[in-house]
Ligand binder design. Structure first.
Ligand SMILES: Cc1cc2nc3c(=O)[nH]c(=O)nc-3n(C[C@H](O)[C@H](O)[C@H](O)COP(=O)(O)OP(=O)(O)OC[C@H]3O[C@@H](n4cnc5c(N)ncnc54)[C@H](O)[C@@H]3O)c2cc1C
Ligand SMILES: NC(=O)c1ccc[n+]([C@@H]2O[C@H](COP(=O)([O-])OP(=O)(O)OC[C@H]3O[C@@H](n4cnc5c(N)ncnc54)[C@H](O)[C@@H]3O)[C@@H](O)[C@H]2O)c1
Length: 481
């Protein structure tokens, strides 16, 4: 039982202080609302400590070296091997030694109240927080409760999995020891990025993907070029391979990974990067009539479906719209505006691309995979556009053959770009770039897709010479024919 003294009232209660919960708190505070943010582990969430930030801190040195070796004259200056200690030191700085006091201070600096503990819904508009010393504090929310609890790595139910003690994204991003041999299972973004990072750090890496290619959410050529890049870098890539069991008979000994074709791969560590499961199993969803442990289905303002009065929001990974930090933060900006406007009795504008609708979740999600080569995409793939019923035309260019800026960027540049055009509106449905140095190019495509810029107007967006951006001209020329 909780006593009346343990109850506090706020306009908004946010469960989970990852990047998405923090962004929502910021928007609600900017709109003058009172906000409590509940966090049970580290303020900053998975992204700050075991995902985006440490992985990119580790990948950047690997990519920098790979790029230098693609430039005649610079290549000769790359001697010796990567300094793993230096890379780990760099990562440790970016994760602030897994100390969240800076981010906790930031929550205070915006005028939100940080409450440390495990949050659970306790009926409509109520959140019960169990603190580390087992006190229960009840928070009530006048306007909204936002579930921003994120996700954890999925673990397969395989014989020998417990004794194998597999790595998840956590060990893959916080280990300061380079295993001699590492098996990475999963050909998605985590798998290919971690294979790139640990191979660059000196591990002998085998990447095992159950599908026929890698990065299957992107255009097929993205996975093909990334697989080629991994192979050239020394990674053994095995696609269409299923892990059937694991064995680590001696605790300090190697682990053996058994594949469906009878092959065995021995390694010192095995990383499972096979997707995520939502952290919704122990957050009191049943107290508001929702099933627990599932992804939360939301409308386009990120309100959870099936909840009366629309007071419950779910943002970021938990709603499974796009498991990306930037897209979850976008949802938080939109939902935050909706919560603030509703509190002020202002009507919501629910038109597509309006201020209270996360239209980009469906049409313009950008993603960069930081491999060598980099893979960057926004919007629909050609296959997706076809399934969605668009009348499309698809144009491809080999970047290294036709873009002078790319040739100058890397001798023997290998990369490809694709533009998927909606023939009825002559606007872009999706764009993909794969190649060295394309990451910073992606936002130009995101602007074109989200703003529905017509092909005819794109001719007036002149790329600087000689940059990789001139790929836009080559795509337009290919479209014109
Ligand atoms: C290895 C890896 C690399 C990635 N790289 C990128 C990248 O480069 N770019 C990108 O955009 N995305 C990347 N992602 C995805 C990105 O990490 C997630 O999309 C992002 O972290 C989602 O943010 P979130 O706030 O929803 O969840 P999280 O970051 O997981 O934060 C959720 C927070 O809620 C807390 N919490 C959970 N349950 C409770 C509870 N009951 N009570 C209180 N607190 C609770 C957790 O402790 C956590 O702090 C990567 C993912 C992985 C695994
Ligand atoms: N740079 C980035 O933007 C970035 C980097 C890392 C992760 N992320 C995001 O984080 C999320 C998680 O990434 P992820 O790569 O773990 O998941 P994912 O779901 O994107 O890819 C997992 C892959 O593992 C495969 N798989 C599933 N079960 C398997 C099994 N039992 N055995 C073998 N393979 C299996 C899937 O078919 C899939 O190809 C993704 O949504 C991703 O977009 C983004």
């Amino acid at each position: 039982m909780t006593s009346a003294e343990e109850t506090q009232e706020f306009d908004v209660v946010v469960i989970g202080a990852g990047p998405i919960g923090q962004t929502l708190a910021d928007r609600a505070r900017a709109g003058g609302l009172t906000v409590a943010v509940v966090e049970r582990e580290l303020v900053g969430g998975e992204c700050s400590y075991w995902a985006c930030i440490p992985s990119k801190a580790m990948l950047r040195p690997v990519v920098a070296i790979a790029e230098a070796t693609e430039v005649d004259g610079a290549r000769e200056a790359v001697t010796g091997s990567i300094d793993a200690k230096g890379v780990f030191g760099r990562r440790d700085r970016y994760v602030t030694g897994w100390d969240d006091s800076g981010q906790a201070d930031w929550v205070g600096s915006i005028g939100a109240t940080l409450i440390r503990g495990h949050g659970r819904l306790d009926g409509p508009r109520r959140v019960a927080v169990t603190t580390a010393d087992d006190r229960v504090l009840v928070l009530t929310a006048r306007q909204a409760v936002a579930i921003c609890t994120g996700s954890i790595a999925a673990a397969p139910d395989l014989p020998g999995i417990a004794e194998a003690r597999p790595w998840t994204n956590r060990h893959a991003t916080d280990s300061s020891v380079v295993p001699g041999r590492l098996v990475v299972v999963g050909g998605g973004p985590v798998g290919v990025e971690m294979a790139t990072a640990w191979n660059g750090l000196g591990a002998e890496v085998t990447l095992i993907a159950r599908e026929h290619g890698l990065l299957t959410q992107m255009e097929p050529f993205a996975g093909e070029l990334v697989a080629e890049g991994l192979t050239v870098a020394g990674v053994t890539v095995r696609t269409a391979s299923i892990v059937e069991s694991l064995r680590r008979p001696v605790e300090a000994g190697p682990v053996t990974v058994a594949l469906d074709n009878g092959d065995r791969v021995e390694a010192d560590e095995v990383l499972f990067a096979i997707g995520r499961i939502p952290l919704t199993g122990d957050i009191g969803l049943e107290t508001v009539g929702l099933p627990s442990g599932t992804w939360l289905e939301v409308d386009d303002t990120c309100r959870v479906r099936g909840v009366d009065d629309g007071w419950l929001y779910a943002l970021g990974d938990v709603n499974h719209r796009a498991l990306l930090t930037h897209q979850g933060k976008y949802q938080a900006r939109i939902a935050g505006q909706a919560i603030v406007d509703q509190a002020a009795d202002r009507p919501l504008d629910l038109a597509s691309w309006g201020p209270h609708v996360t239209s980009a979740d469906a049409a313009a999600v950008p993603q960069v995979v930081f491999t060598t080569p980099e893979a960057a995409s926004v919007g629909r793939t050609a296959a997706r556009a076809e399934v969605d019923g668009f009348r499309t035309r698809v144009v491809d260019v080999e970047i290294g053959d036709v873009v002078v800026g790319a040739k100058l960027y890397a001798d023997g540049y290998r990369g490809r770009a694709r533009m998927v055009v909606d023939e009825d509106t002559r606007t872009l449905l999706g764009v993909t770039f794969v190649g060295p140095g394309v990451t910073e190019l992606l936002h130009s495509a995101t602007v074109a897709v989200a703003a529905q810029v017509s092909i005819d107007r794109l001719w007036h967006a002149v790329p600087s010479f000689p940059t990789i951006s001139e790929v836009w001209l080559r795509l337009l020329e290919a479209y014109r024919g």
